[in-house]
Write a protein that binds this ligand. Structure first.
Ligand SMILES: Nc1ncnc2c1ncn2[C@@H]1O[C@H](COP(=O)(O)OP(=O)(O)OP(=O)(O)O)[C@@H](O)[C@H]1O
Length: 304
C-alpha cells in the first residue's frame, strides 16, 4: 500500500468493512466487564481544586482491548489508578462485573511504565509475589508461575534477577506478575513507554498474542497514536482541563493486525481523526503566544 495516500482520498474512519462491522456487533453482545458511570475526580492541592475527570462514562466488554489516549494532563493516569483502586474518586461509579470497586483487588492486574520488579527477587519469585499475597500454596504457586513464564517466553530466565534482563524482558515479567492472579482486567499505564522502538513493536505483537490466547480484557494507556490503533478494538479519547470523554472510536482496521497495516487507508484515516481530536489546529490568537525566551548564559557563536 502506498505511503502517500492523499488525505482527501481517504475513507472515513467511521466506514467499516463487513468483517470489522460484524466483529463489533459480536463484541457488543459480550458481557460488560468494566463499567464507569459519571466519574468525577477533584484533586485538592496547594493551588486549589483541580477537576481531573468530569463525567467520564464508558463500558468495556469481555476480552475487549481498549486504549486510552489524550493530551498530557487529561487524567489518563488518574483514571487508571481509580480503576485499579489505588486512587479515590469524588463521585460516580466504577463497576467490575457489576460490583463496585472500592480498592485494589485480584480481579484487576496492573502494569506500569517504570520497571516495578523487586530487584532482590528472581524472575520466578517476582511473579510468585502476587500469589503469595493471596495465600496460594507454594506448590500450586510454582506450577502457576511456570505456566505464566512460559506464556511470556521467559521460562529460561526463571532464576535470573531483574538487573540481568533487558527492558522488554522486565515488562514481560511485569505482565506475567499481573496475569498470574488471573484477573478479569489488565490495566496498563504506558507499559512500553520506556522501550526502544524495535522492542516496543515486538512487545506490542507479544501482547496481542497473549490477549488472543487468554480470557482477559485490557485497558491500555498510551501517548502513541500508532500504538493505540495497532492494538485497540476501541480507543477512548479524552480531552484535557477538565478530563472528559471526547469520543470512543471503533478502530476500523481488520484483525489480525500486522505492521503492514500502518499504511492502510483505514489506519491513516483513524490516525488523522485522532490527530484532529488531540492536536486541534491552534487559533490565530493561540499561535501568537510564545513563551518568553531568556538567554541565561553568554554565548557568542551563532548556531544557525
Ligand atoms: N495528586 C495530585 N494532586 C493535585 N492535582 C493532581 C494530582 N495528580 C494529578 N493532578 C492533576 O490532575 C490532572 C490529570 O493528571 P493525570 O496525571 O491523571 O493526567 P495524564 O493524562 O495521565 O497526564 P500525562 O499524560 O502527562 O501523564 C492534571 O491537571 C494534574 O495536574
Amino acid at each position: 500500500m502506498s505511503q502517500h495516500i492523499q488525505q482527501d482520498s481517504l475513507p472515513s474512519y467511521l466506514d467499516q468493512q463487513p468483517a470489522v462491522k460484524s466483529r463489533f456487533e459480536r463484541l457488543k453482545q459480550r458481557e460488560v466487564v468494566l463499567e464507569v458511570r459519571g466519574l468525577h475526580k477533584i484533586y485538592e492541592g496547594s493551588k486549589g481544586k483541580t477537576l481531573a475527570l468530569k463525567d467520564v462514562s464508558f463500558k468495556t466488554h469481555r476480552r475487549e482491548f481498549v486504549c486510552v489516549i489524550g493530551p498530557s494532563g487529561c487524567g489518563k493516569s488518574t483514571l487508571i489508578r481509580i480503576l485499579a483502586g489505588l486512587e479515590s474518586y469524588s463521585s460516580g461509579q466504577v463497576l467490575v462485573d457489576g460490583k463496585p470497586v472500592n480498592g485494589p483487588g485480584r480481579d484487576r492486574g496492573m502494569v506500569f511504565q517504570g520497571y516495578t520488579l523487586f530487584p532482590w527477587r528472581t524472575v520466578k519469585s517476582n511473579v510468585m509475589f502476587g500469589l503469595e499475597m493471596n495465600n496460594v500454596s507454594r506448590s500450586e504457586a510454582a506450577r502457576e508461575v511456570d505456566m505464566w513464564l512460559e506464556l511470556v517466553g521467559l521460562e529460561k530466565f526463571a532464576d535470573a534477577y531483574p538487573h540481568e534482563l533487558s527492558g522488554g524482558m522486565k515488562q514481560r515479567v511485569a505482565i506475567a506478575r499481573a496475569l498470574v492472579n488471573q484477573p478479569r482486567i489488565l490495566l496498563m499505564d504506558e507499559p512500553f513507554g520506556a522501550l526502544d522502538a524495535q522492542t516496543r513493536a515486538r512487545m506490542q505483537s507479544h501482547l496481542i498474542d497473549i490477549w488472543r490466547n487468554i480470557d482477559i480484557t485490557i485497558l491500555f494507556i498510551t501517548h502513541d497514536l500508532d500504538e493505540a490503533i495497532h492494538l485497540a478494538d476501541r480507543i477512548l479519547v479524552l480531552k484535557a482541563h477538565p478530563g472528559e470523554v471526547q469520543e470512543l472510536i471503533e478502530v476500523p482496521v481488520p484483525r489480525p493486525r500486522s505492521a503492514e497495516q500502518f499504511n492502510s487507508p483505514e489506519f491513516i484515516a483513524t490516525k488523522a481523526r485522532l490527530e484532529a481530536l488531540i492536536h486541534p489546529p491552534q487559533s490565530e490568537a493561540e499561535q501568537l503566544v510564545h513563551p518568553h525566551m531568556i538567554r541565561l548564559v553568554n554565548v557568542n557563536d551563532n548556531v544557525e
